[in-house]
Design a protein around this ligand. Structure first.
Ligand code: CS2
Length: 462
């Protein structure tokens, strides 16, 4: 771990942040010559560390656009610690007074909250473990609480905790869980955090498919270096951050990051228009045998469905963020989905539906029901998810269901009344699961999918 000071510790150092945040922070720091070294912390395995160690934590970010491919060598990452191997070392790094930002991409489930309420999930095994063993935690919120306790004890300043996951109000979600855990450990610690630490909301956007052997070969062709740490991404990127930093930060806006007073309208259009239709394409695509997003939208039945979903059921309930036109936003999204150089697998997006659907699809459903707007296409997405949970495509081939609630969901999806059983899972649907109009629409869509398959249902909707 050489090459200058570490001022940011990032939890969850997977492909997304290496293809999005790190190149962007590096670019920003270069503008004013400041030094913003990042230390990664992996909360699960040593795989990323082992892959990156060979090049002293440098790696290539491969940009694949319709017009060509470029590889950039990123040198901002100074090392990766693997928390399960030595939680104390990771906590000490996070508590270092030179570190002013603790950022995280730990996926929706990494917040250990109940998606329908936003509250800490006190039945989560990780949370129970961290409450019992606060000095050797294993969840991201538990690690943050331990580091904040160490900072307070040392008389250090409070950092900025920067959630970069696709959750509505991601800063508040993190704050609630951290404060909830801290209060159970020591109410005066929670009080110190409330006064000294900030949790800005953020919206992050860049499509980052899983790296393949072909990507590693492409970097070797372009640079002569065989780099197993390669990450791949589209050209597009957008990062909107609430102006609420507790201390120093890189000059992000100089590199195009938007620092704004209110992230909510940006976050809503992104979660509902992009992530909502991503999940739609994922479940319908997995059923219909479309392996990637670009393969799905190359089919006019899929593209037409996605466009109608935006136009009829998603955009009418959205307030446009400052300077944005939702119709143009959606047209740009379709161009991103069509990018043939990005092989974004529908199976990758289909994972963790129980954590994703509430903010991506169900929030729009609730708004439409209250305003008397249509929900038929949104209901078809929910029905496709329920079909997907059976673990087979429309052609009968097995499909993997990966979800923290998989056991319950698969059981419910295979029961005699799958729609009623799955809609009755309160952690996902809350009171919406009991709405008669929604239930009827999902049932109708489910019956159509069961009878005809996803491909024929979409073709008939055109
Ligand atoms: C995707 C997102 O995997 C998924 O669930 O919808 O990762 C998506 O690609 C990003 O949010 C794009 O910014």
């Amino acid at each position: 771990m050489s090459r200058g000071a570490i001022r940011i510790v990032h939890l969850g150092i997977g492909a997304f942040f290496r293809a999005f945040g790190l190149p962007w922070i590096e670019e920003a720091a270069r503008r004013d010559g400041s030094d913003w070294g990042v230390l990664g912390v992996s909360l699960r395995s040593g795989a990323v560390r082992d892959r990156l160690a060979a090049r002293d934590f440098r790696y290539h970010a491969l940009e694949r656009g319709p017009g060509g491919t470029t590889a950039r060598d990123i040198g901002l990452l100074r090392g990766v610690l693997v928390a399960p191997e030595d939680p104390g070392a990771a906590i000490a790094a996070m508590a270092d007074p030179q570190v002013s930002i603790l950022s995280l991409t730990v996926t929706e489930k990494g917040y250990c909250h109940t998606p329908a309420t936003g509250e800490p999930d006190l039945a989560d095994p990780g949370i129970l473990h961290d409450l019992a063993t606060p000095d050797a935690p294993r969840t991201a919120p538990g690690m943050i609480v331990a580091a904040l306790a160490a900072r307070r004890a040392a008389g250090s300043a409070g950092p900025t905790c920067l959630s970069c996951d696709n959750l509505p109000g991601n800063g508040s979600v993190l704050r609630n869980v951290v404060l909830g855990l801290a209060a159970r450990r020591d109410p005066s610690l929670a009080d110190w955090i409330a006064h000294n630490v900030t949790f800005p909301a953020t919206m992050v956007d860049r499509i980052v498919p899983a790296t393949t052997g072909a990507d590693i070969d492409e970097v070797a062709r372009l640079t002569g270096i065989r780099d197993d740490g390669t990450v791949v991404h589209e050209p597009f990127r957008q990062w909107v951050i609430e102006d609420a930093f507790a201390g120093p930060r890189p000059p992000l806006e100089a590199a195009g990051v938007q620092i704004v007073p209110d992230v909510a309208p940006f976050e809503r259009i992104k979660l509902r228009c992009l992530n909502g239709t991503h999940s739609a394409i994922a479940y319908l695509g997995v059923l219909a045998g479309k392996a990637t997003v670009s393969a799905a939208v190359a089919d006019p039945a899929f593209a037409g469905f996605v466009e109608a979903l935006w136009r009829e059921e998603i955009v009418p309930g959205l307030a446009a963020p400052p300077g944005a036109d939702p119709a143009a936003y959606c047209a740009a999204l379709m161009a991103r989905y069509r990018n043939p150089a990005i092989a974004h697998r529908t199976a990758q997006i289909a994972a963790d539906g129980s954590q994703k659907l509430p903010q991506r699809i169900l929030a729009t459903v609730s708004g439409n029901l209250a305003a008397g707007r249509p929900v038929a296409r949104l209901a078809l997405v929910v029905a496709a998810w329920i079909r997907f949970l059976r673990g087979v495509g429309d052609d009968g081939t097995p499909r993997e269901v990966s979800d923290p609630l998989a056991e319950t969901l698969i059981h419910d999806a295979l029961s005699p009344d799958p729609v009623a059983s799955v809609l009755g899972v309160p952690a996902v649907f809350g009171p919406l699961g009991r709405d008669a109009r929604f239930r009827a629409e999902v049932q109708r869509a489910y019956d159509a999918l069961a009878a005809q398959g996803a491909q024929a249902v979409l073709a008939a909707m055109r």
